[in-house]
Design a protein. Structure first.
Length: 241
């Protein structure tokens, strides 16, 4: 997918043909650009990575959507039946690439927007982007999502915790590495795609009496750690932690 026409510095003068800039080349940004174009409005997608769907490409390997294929499609292009009922991460990425190509969306990659403010003439918005670019748009759609940058809460005792500690953004497969330690066959591994979808996978036993617990928090955080297993015959309680 080729980049669109090179960006140029904008003028402070009003212009009738100013585009709507869409920041972010994920599902939200692509579908917003399609909806605008369907109404005859020029939309330019600004994506800071080199490809669309950048966040999806970094999700864990075995991720599958927990919504069915028909309910996960974007406007204007159904997902292929060959993707199956529960769509995998790799097929989501393929779909986003095809979506941009199918609708001939105008996408510029490698451009990161650092600031947005009202245009000096008061008729639009001024975007400050990489390379000293100043872009003026009639409107701006911010579709950057909320799972790009990992966030770990400042839980009491986290600094003194000596076990393996893993953010969901680092999880790929069972046998995951966290810093200098490693979690292998920890009973269960918990992963999240950062958009409210999560998968809990059984990865075998034999962890020396340990299991992995995950806390799914709004803000795209899943923390996994090894904790003592409850004694045989009773459910875990808070004191076991």
């Amino acid at each position: 997918m080729a980049d669109s026409t090179p960006l140029t510095r904008s003028s402070a003068q009003p212009a009738p043909d100013r585009p709507v800039y869409v920041i972010g080349g994920g599902p939200g940004g692509l579908s917003a650009a399609y909806a605008l174009r369907a109404r005859g409005i020029r939309a330019v997608v600004l994506e800071k990575s080199d490809r669309v769907g950048a966040s999806w490409r970094r999700h864990y390997d075995r991720l599958h959507l927990h919504t069915t294929r028909r309910l996960s499609t974007l406007p204007g292009l159904p997902m292929p039946r060959r993707f199956g009922r529960w769509v995998s991460r790799d097929d989501v990425v393929r779909y986003l690439e095809k979506y941009a190509e199918h609708h001939r969306l105008e996408i510029v990659t490698g451009v990161e927007v650092s600031r947005i403010e009202r245009a000096p003439d008061g008729t639009g918005w001024l975007l400050h982007a990489t390379g000293g670019r100043e872009l003026t748009g009639a409107a701006v759609v911010v579709a950057t999502g909320y799972n790009h940058t990992p966030r770990v809460p400042d839980w009491p005792g986290r600094d003194s915790f000596t076990g393996a500690f893993l953010h969901a953004g680092e999880y790929r497969l069972p046998g995951v590495r966290a810093g200098a330690g490693e979690v292998r066959d920890a009973g269960r591994a918990v992963g999240s795609d950062g958009a409210g979808r999560a998968e809990v996978q059984g990865v075998g036993g034999g962890c020396g009496g340990c299991l992995a617990l995950g806390w799914a928090l709004r803000g795209c955080v899943v923390a996994c750690r090894a904790v003592p297993r409850a004694p045989e015959g009773r459910r875990p309680v808070a004191s076991d932690l």
